[in-house]
Design a protein around this ligand. Structure first.
Ligand code: FE
Length: 239
C-alpha cells in the first residue's frame, strides 16, 4: 500500500530541498543533495522551525539543544557515513526507509534514515503557539472518528505513555479513518501504509532533562500547550 506523505510535502521532496510549512512560516528543509559533485554530505540537518528556547517552559532550550543538535544531527552524520559512496546517497530519505524496513542487514541504514525523518516530522508537530483546539474542519473529523477532541488527546497520550521503551506516538490516517498508533524505536507508520499527521517523541532523550521519569507529564504538557494541530490539518488536507 502506498501512502503519500505530506508534511508540507515529504512525498514531493526534491532531492535537494523542499518546502515545509504554513503560509505564514514556511521554511526550507534541505535533506539531500550530493548529486552535484558528490563532495557535500548527501543528507543535511534540516533547520528547526523555531528558536531552541521557543518551546519553553514545556521543553527547555537545553533539551532541544541536545535533542536537535546532538541526537538529530547524529542520525544525519551516521547516515552520511553509511551511505557515502553507495547508491543510497542519491535516494530520497523515504525511499531509503521503505527500501530497508524489515531487513536485518540494513538495520543501521533504516534506523538512521527513519530517525532523521521522524525527528524532522516531530519538530513540525510542535509549535510555540500550539495546543488549544484543532482547526474546525480537523475537529469535525476527530469528533467523527474518536467521539471528541478530548478522547483523541487521551488516546494520543495513552499511546505515548504506554509505549514500552523508546518510540513514538502518532496521529495517523488509516485509509480514511483517523487513529492513534505507537511505534517502537525508529519505526515509521508510513512503512505500514499509515499516513502520519503528527507525532510525539517518547524516547527518554526527548524529556529526561526536564521531566526525568515523568513521561506522562511531558506528554500531557506537549498535548496541552505545543501540539501543532494546524500541521496535522495540513497533512490531512493533502489526502
Ligand atoms: Fe528523539
Amino acid at each position: 500500500m502506498s501512502v503519500r506523505i505530506h508534511p508540507g510535502s515529504f512525498s514531493k521532496l526534491s532531492r535537494r530541498e523542499f518546502i515545509v510549512g504554513s503560509t505564514s512560516a514556511a521554511f526550507t528543509f534541505a535533506m539531500g543533495g550530493a548529486s552535484g559533485g558528490g563532495r557535500a554530505p548527501a543528507f543535511e540537518l534540516p533547520s528547526l522551525p523555531y528558536p531552541e528556547q521557543a518551546l519553553e517552559p514545556v521543553i527547555s532550550a537545553k533539551t532541544i539543544g541536545f535533542h536537535y543538535g546532538k541526537h538529530h544531527k547524529g542520525y544525519v552524520d551516521n547516515l552520511n557515513k553509511l551511505t557515502a559512496g553507495t547508491e543510497y546517497a542519491d535516494l530520497p530519505l523515504e525511499k531509503i526507509i521503505l527500501g530497508t524496513a524489515g531487513k536485518s542487514d540494513k538495520a543501521a541504514l533504516f534506523n538512521n534514515a527513519a530517525q532523521i525523518w521522524n525527528h524532522s516530522f516531530y519538530w513540525q508537530s510542535l509549535s510555540p503557539k500550539g495546543g488549544g483546539a484543532p482547526p474546525p474542519a480537523l475537529a469535525q473529523r476527530i469528533e467523527a472518528d474518536f467521539g471528541s477532541v478530548e478522547a483523541c488527546k487521551r488516546e494520543l497520550a495513552s499511546a505515548a505513555v504506554s509505549q514500552f521503551g523508546s518510540g513514538w506516538s502518532w496521529l495517523v490516517l488509516d485509509g480514511n479513518i483517523l487513529k492513534t498508533v505507537k511505534t517502537g524505536n525508529a519505526e515509521v507508520p508510513f512503512v505500514k501504509g499509515l499516513k502520519p499527521l503528527l507525532t510525539i517523541d517518547v524516547w527518554e532523550h526527548a524529556y529526561y532533562l526536564d521531566y526525568q521519569n515523568r513521561r506522562a507529564d511531558y506528554v500531557n504538557a506537549v498535548i496541552d500547550q505545543l501540539i501543532h494541530w494546524e500541521f496535522a490539518f495540513r497533512n490531512l488536507g493533502a489526502v
